[in-house]
Design a protein around this ligand. Sequence first.
Ligand code: CMP
Length: 157
Amino acid sequence: MVEKTFIMVKPDGLQRALVGDIISRFENKGLKLVALKLLLLDRERAEHHYAAHQKKSFYDALIEFITSGPVVAMVWEADNAVYIGRKLTGPTTPNEAPPGTIRGDYCLNTQFNVIHASDSVENARREIDIFFQPQEIIRYDRSIKHWLGLDGMEPAL
Ligand code: CMP
């Protein structure tokens, strides 16, 4: 099923100039970029995004970190986009993230873990709504889709 997933390069990813590499990994895999913006998160939006972690010991540090500098928010589309996004990203704990995943290649620390990727279709919808207006999600056709084996699978314009 064609899904959308929410991907965010965190402030450490921007400071370390990893945005291009991260976008390339999603492009190279064949996912379709349908929305992108560079922004500074205010506390309200950060708290909304991380509401599920409100009671966790690391919550305050997480909010401080995620609002400490610009982030790049993106929506990527593909068959099973949520699962693929998580696979490309790797597990939250960097020690468990295998080489070849974004966190496996770039992270040593659980908080400074470079990227956020939605963990379910339901959370992807919620997170996309927090960051994007419906008109900011762009529908377009890709001529390359035939060569990715996606004829008839990407939603029509
Ligand atoms: P993310 O995938 O964005 O979802 C929640 C974030 O909380 C996670 O990435 C980490 O940045 C952070 N996080 C999760 N667990 C811990 C932890 N044990 N210590 C510090 N930060 C954490």
